[in-house]
Each structure stands twice: as C-alpha cells, then as structure tokens.
Write a protein that binds this ligand. Structure first.
Ligand code: BZD
Length: 827
C-alpha cells in the first residue's frame, strides 16, 4: 500500500493540454469526419473519448502483459449488474487528465462540462448491488489487483423514468443507440452456450458417463470495457456478454422457405441480453431470467477455464491458486454446478477432486434478508432449461446431506430438510442461497449488523455447521467518483487542508476534524455547500420548473422506491409539516426542500402509488402560498448515477430511514455523509457504522432497533395502536383518503393508507412516525445553530474514511481472495 501511495501523490498528467488539443482535433477529423465549425456536441464528446482512449488502451495493454508475464492470481467478479454511470469524467480524473482536457477543449472553444453531459449513463443495474460492483472495479484497478468483472451486455439498461400526471411511466433505455466508444468487441473469445435438451447415461469401460444433448446453442460475444485505476494504476477489464444466434445457421430450414423461423430463432437468442430485469428485490421466476443467469455464468466460466488452460493445460493443481470467483448475490450461483459440469463431463475429473476445486474458488456475497428476494427456482423449470445441472445439484446435495449434515446431526431429518438445496412442498424448488453457501468457502454480508443477521436469522444451521464460513465485509464507495469528481470544490478545499492523497487514503480526511471548530474553515465548507445547492437548484428548475431556495435545508432521499425504505414515512412527515403550517402560518421552522429521486419496479403497484403521492403532494404544497416558502417538495425524474452526482454534493440532510433489519447496508448513506450531509436514520445496515464513525452527536438516530422490531412483531404489531393514539399521525394518514391532493379523484392515494392500516403496515411506518418527527425537530434546531451544523457536517466528511471501497476490497483480499497487487510494467 505504501509504495502505491507514494507513487500516487507524485503522479503527473500524462499529456500537456497542447498535445491533447491535437489529439482531440485529430480524432474529430479522422474518426468523426467533421471539423470544429461543424461538429456537434456529441461529435466533440466522441473525439474527446477517442483521444482519452489512447491512454486507456495503452494502460490496458500493459496491464494485460503484466498479468500474463507473472501468471497472476485474479478475482473474477460475477455480477448480473454493473451500474457504471458515465465513464469519460471518471477516466479523466483517474488518469489525472481532467484539468488538461478542460484547458484543451477551452482552447478549442468548447466547454468540458457540457461535453460530459453528452454521455449516456451506462445503467446496467438496478441500484445498490450494481453500483457496488462498479465501485469495486474502480478500487480493484486502483489497488493493482488482477481482476475481471463479468456480466451481461444488455442492449437496454434500466428503463428511463418519466412522469405523466404524476405517475411513473417507463421508456426503454437506449444507451448504445449511437455506439459506445469505450468498448472493444473480442470475437476471438466467443463462447457457445448450451441450453435445454436431455441427459443420456452412456456406459463406457464399465463406467457410467452422463452426456448432455442440448436442445439449443447460443453464441456469447464478449465486449470489453476498460476500467481505469486512479493514478494511472492498472487498467482492468469488465467483460460483458452479448447473446447472438449461433453461426450453425440452419440453411436447410432457410432454403426451404423457413426464413421466418430462422428469424425467430435469432430473435430468441438475442432476447437473452436484450434487457435488464428492472426488479431490485422480488424474483419473478421467469425462464428468461434463469437463462440470463446461466448464459453469463457459463460464458464467464468457459472464459476463465480457457485463460487458465492457455497457461496450464490439463494441470489443474494451479487452478485454485490462480482463480477466485466471487458471486455477487445468488444470481450467478448456477456457476457452481457449471464448473462441476466442465470438470467432470468435459475434463473427466472425479467428483471429489472437482468438488474440492469448486469449493476453493467460489465465494458468495449476500445482499438481502428479504424473503421475497431469496432466489428459488421451480424445479421443473430448472430441469427443462438445465437438465444436467439439476442432476449435478442433486448430487451436490446428496453428498452434503449424507456426509456433512449426517455427521454433525446424525438422524436429524428436520435439519436435513431445512438445509437441503431442494425445498420440498407442493412445488419443489431449488434454493439458490443454499447452493451458494454449500459451494463457497466464504460467505459475506455487507455491513456488520447485516452479517450478524445472516448468521442468526438467515443461515443459522449453516453457521452452526461451518462457524468460519460466514463473515462480514462492510460495503464502500469510491471516493474518486463520489467526492473528487462530483464535488470538485470540496475536493479542492480538502486538497488544501488535508493531505493530497486522500483519494487513495480516505482515512486522512480525519485531519479535518481539527478544523471542525475553525470559523474560517466552517465558512469555506458551508460556502461550498451553498454553491452546490445553487447548482442543484438550477438542475431542479430545468428538470421540473420548480424554484427552490438554496438557503433552505436540502433534505434528500435517493434510492429505489421500496416499502422497506419507507419513502412514505418521509411523506407522512412532510404532510405533518404542511398541516402545522396551515394551522399556524407563523409556525416556526427552518425552510426546507424535500428532494426525492427513485425508480419503482414497473410491476410494483404500491411503490408506483407512493411516487404518484409524492408528486401530487408536491404539486399542492409547491403551489400553496400559505406555506410562505417554508416548504417545497421535489421529485426529480429519472434518478440515475449521473443525477446522483449532482444531488449528493448539495445535500444537507440524508434520509436513511429503512425499518431496522431490512436495509442490508446502503451505500448512498456513505456518499451523502462523505459530502457533508447529516444523516437522519434508523439503526440499520451501515447507518450503525456511520454513526460509530461520525459520533452519535453528528447523526440523528431514531426509531425501533432490530431487537425492538423483532419484539414488537412477535408481540403482535397493530398499526391502529399508533394511528388512534396520535392525532397528528391520524390526521395525515386520513388526509391521503380525501381528494385534497388529487382534486376530483377521491381515493387516488388511499392504497397507501390501506397498506398502513388494514394491510398491517409490514414495515412499521406508523410505529416509527413520532420518533422520526421528533428527530426532524432536532435537525431543525441544529440547523439554526449555523456553527454547530457546520461542525457536524465537517465531522461527517472527516470521519467517512472507513467507507472507501478500497478498504472493502482490501477486506475481501485479506479475508477471502488472498490476492497480491501487480502494478503494471511501464506505469
Ligand atoms: O445491495 C442492495 C441492498 O438493498 C443494499 O442495502 C446494499 O447496500 C446494496 C449493496 O450491497 N441490494 C440490491 O441493490 N439488490 C438489487 O439491486 C437486486 C437486483 C436484482 C435482483 C435482486 C436484487
């Protein structure tokens, strides 16, 4: 680490602005075929990206050479989602070319900020899980660890969100419509993926062998996206698989007039990587989803095995020494039986040897405890799509139950049925979580409290069986994107007052705590916050037409819309404030702007109703002169990475208000606190660790704890106990049942009231309401004391060092992957 750090702070830009100017012009002429007077903003973006790509590709080549020269151990990060966002700004920062490019473009009469806006977000993910994968790639490259990200080259990423009359509507995301300058197709590494069919048992030399006769063959085409480490460190690869119809085109069918049939086959093959599933928690159990999972897992494993055999042929002794495979949730869990299939069926290895290798290479990260998100596949569906894999799963299960479980709990059928990969019942199911735990040597949760709950509530029997398998790695975020790039003013202030290498040594922000009471520093810090709020106010005006006052508290809740995240708790509190203002126009409160960003899964009715409610309440409040400018509500459309980058630097308050025990970790909480927002939150996920780092005085904790939630639920929770005993709460819940916010449409918002009362309020919104409202009063009081607020904000920024994703990656390396860094030659 220290050598990396030293080279870190001494790194210079690899080009002058003059040289870069030439390169950009060169690409404008020779790759875009245009010239400055005529070029569109998009052409300037393409030309700039092409110029920067020269450095990216040189780094990539050197890194690849280094990895092959030293035959390095690498981690292969398998994830259905990588929420990369935009790449140009990130690559410029990581290569130390941002200022240089700014200057070069200015000399050409162009504005870098405007050009960066041309880039579509690479939104190949739903939310936290996908963004975590993207931050981890940044950290792996920065720390010079050999790593490959493997995923799916979706044609359409997460849908674009629009509002029509306050309701969410979805439009396809066409991120690659005009090409993507960052990716390179690698036809030489195409794989053939097989599906369906049947399994035959063949007897040879007195031995039974299984032969899978697949019913379909699909081509997996790899697209490589270079991932540039900070400081011009290594450039790793994100390899995304695109599905295509195989070349084994049925010419007979075609020539016999089966043109349409041939086309259908092509369309079916291409459907696999056509679109990202937009559900971030519930599993639909759809055949296409299972095929997506197998498609990318199998292509990635074939690629990993090919790379290994290129260097080691049939000598498998080195395999577990060189290969680590991380399963990002259970989505790629089918990689476990797939590796068994390759080793046993294709490479002729015996069961025990194959299982030993398998078990040593795999590890699995759990991201949720929500029962509806734990993947299970209908056994018959699984058998239809992957008949050989189901047999292998049976065999894995048999070995596990008769050897490991029987030894620990002899004769205990109860524990066997609880631990079995196969869930018995009216419909037999394949439990992907169990498969992942059994097939991995390490399993981790993503924050301390979450990992404890994984042990105690989700997998208690597995924990008893293998006490060392379950561990924790608290999530993190890359400070390059989430501070340096998105908040340049604050980054520059930190450069001047802490050490310059904070982007790789985020713990060094701690130095700022010494300045937390320094009036000049406080003023400088709060001035930056104010400027960031002015910029966000412009964005809000441009996107919604709503005018907000940067002098008000900017209170931000940004995350997927989900009942457990409780955007509706926030909404009820907004209604309470509104009501107080209507009852007493002189009601004393610091003006506040509540700002939301959230997409709802297209089929999640209540989540969409909550978006509608926020929009309707916003309409009414923003146009009500009686609130005297003290209250505004904004729901920004199409929340995504690039919008988060504009919102986070401008937040005063960070809303992290999930029901305790439900949010595995959260990562937006870390980004907001790092940028100087004060958290109002429950003791859930990483909020607990944020409070530990920042100190309880600098966060506003409210609500039931995990244990209190459990106790209340087992006593029997009745939301009416709260509703009937709190007049203000009752009034705001009832308000949703009128047509006050939806004139002429009474009942348009009543699904929310219904879920909170007769629906049983599964996420304890009413139970936590009063405690939340009281915590909000403390937020208000603290804000009035400008010095106290500035102090807390500074301490938040200063103490978030732990949440650097470099630290998370180092934890994975130490506890699970056991990698060594290999800085590239020629760096
Ligand atoms: O993963 C999230 C958790 O909800 C967060 O608490 C946590 O911080 C992050 C990162 O660990 N989970 C997801 O984002 N999950 C999904 O997006 C998802 C996607 C498809 C299917 C199931 C879940």
């Amino acid at each position: 680490m220290t050598t990396q750090t030293r080279s870190a702070s001494s790194r210079k830009a690899p080009a002058t602005s003059k040289a870069l100017q030439q390169k950009i012009l060169h690409h404008l002429h020779t790759t875009q075929g245009t010239y400055p007077e005529k070029a569109s903003a998009l052409a300037w973006w393409e030309a700039t990206a092409a110029a920067i790509n020269e450095f990216v590709m040189a780094g990539l080549t050197d890194t690849q050479k280094t990895h092959s020269r030293y035959d390095t151990r690498a981690v292969n990060y398998l994830s259905m989602e990588f929420l990369m966002g935009r790449l140009l700004s990130n690559n410029l920062h990581n290569l130390h070319l941002f200022e240089t490019t700014d200057k070069a473009l200015a000399a050409l009469g162009q504005n870098l900020t405007d050009i960066l806006e041309q880039e579509p977000d690479m939104a190949l993910g739903n939310g936290g899980l996908g963004r975590l994968a993207a931050c981890f790639l940044d950290s792996l490259a920065t720390l010079n660890y050999p790593a490959v990200g493997y995923g799916i080259h979706y044609e359409h990423g997460l849908f674009e969100q629009h509002f029509r009359n306050g309701r969410q509507i979805e439009r396809p995301d066409d991120w690659r419509e005009y090409g993507n300058p960052w990716e390179v197709c690698r036809p030489e590494s195409v794989q053939q993926i097989k599906l369906y069919g049947y399994v035959e048992t063949v007897y040879e030399d007195g031995r039974a062998r299984k032969v899978w006769h697949p019913g379909r063959n699909i081509k997996a085409v790899p697209w490589d996206i270079p991932v540039v480490g900070y400081n011009g460190a290594n450039v790793n690869i994100l390899r995304l698989w695109e599905s295509r119809a195989t070349d084994f085109f049925d010419w007979d069918v075609f020539n016999a007039g089966g043109y349409v049939d041939a086309q259908i086959e092509q369309a079916e093959a291409e459907a696999i990587s056509k679109v990202l599933y937009p559900n971030d928690e519930t599993e639909a159990g759809k055949e296409l989803r299972l095929i997506q999972q197998y498609f990318f897992s199998a292509a990635s494993l074939a690629d990993i095995v090919r790379r290994y055999q290129r260097a080691h042929g049939d000598d498998w002794t080195q395999f577990p020494k060189l290969v680590a495979i991380q399963l990002n949730d259970t989505h790629p869990a089918v990689a476990i039986p797939e590796l068994m299939r390759i080793l046993i069926d294709d490479k002729d290895m015996d069961w025990n040897h194959a299982w030993q290798l398998c078990h040593q290479v795999f590890s699995y990260t759990n991201h949720t405890l929500l029962p509806e998100a734990l993947e299970k596949w209908d056994l018959h569906l699984f058998e239809k799509v992957l008949p050989r894999h189901l047999e292998l799963i049976y065999e894995i299960n048999h070995h596990f139950l008769t050897e490991e479980v029987e030894q620990k709990w002899p004769g205990d059928d109860g524990v066997k049925s609880r631990l079995s990969i196969i869930e018995e019942g009216a419909r037999r199911m394949v439990r992907m979580g169990h498969l992942s735990v059994i097939g991995s040597h390490r399993v981790n949760g993503v924050a301390e409290v979450h990992s404890e709950l994984v042990k105690s509530d989700l997998f208690p029997d597995f924990h008893a069986l293998w006490p060392h398998k379950l561990t924790n790695v608290t999530n993190g975020i890359t400070p390059r994107r989430w501070l340096k790039a998105c908040n340049p003013r604050l980054a520059e202030l930190i450069d001047r007052h802490a050490s310059k290498d904070w982007p790789v040594r985020l713990d060094k922000l701690q130095k700022l705590t010494d300045l937390a009471d320094d009036a000049r520093f406080q003023n400088a810090f709060m001035k930056i916050k104010h400027e960031n709020k002015e910029e966000l106010a412009d964005v809000i005006k441009a996107l919604t037409g709503i005018e907000v006052d940067p002098g008000a508290i900017f209170d931000i809740q940004i995350k997927r819309l989900h009942e457990y995240k409780r955007q509706h708790l926030n909404l009820l509190h907004i209604l309470a404030l509104y009501r107080r203002l209507l009852e007493n126009p002189d009601h004393d409160m610091v003006p506040r702007v509540f700002i939301f960003g959230a997409k709802a899964a297209p089929g999640y009715r209540l989540a969409k109703d909550i978006i509608f409610a926020i929009n309707k309440v916003a309409d009414r409040i923003n146009n009500d002169e009686r609130v005297g400018g003290k209250l505004k509500v904004v729901m920004l459309p199409n929340y995504r990475v690039s919008l988060a980058e504009k919102m986070i630097p401008a937040a005063d308050v960070s809303e992290q208000i999930s029901t305790a025990g439900k949010e595995a970790s959260g990562t937006g909480n870390m980004k907001l606190a790092l940028n100087g927002a004060l958290t109002i939150g429950t003791l859930d996920g990483a909020n607990i660790e944020i409070a530990e780092e920042a100190g309880e005085d600098n966060v506003f904790i409210f609500g039931l704890t995990v244990d209190e939630v459990k106790a209340l639920n087992s006593r029997g929770y009745n939301p009416y106990d709260y509703y009937l005993n709190d007049a203000e709460l009752k009034a705001v819940v009832d308000w949703l049942d009128t047509d006050y916010f939806t004139p002429g449409q009474p009942g348009a918002l009543s699904s929310i009231k219904h879920s909170l009362l007769d629906g049983g309020d599964p996420f304890l919104v009413l139970a936590d309401f009063r405690s939340y409202a009281e915590a909000q009063l403390k937020v208000d009081a603290r804000y009035r004391d400008r010095k106290a607020w500035a102090r807390s904000a500074i301490i938040n920024t200063a103490t978030m060092g732990k949440f650097n994703s470099d630290r998370s990656i180092q934890d994975y390396v130490d506890r699970i992957w056991k990698l060594k860094p290999y800085p590239r030659d020629n760096a």
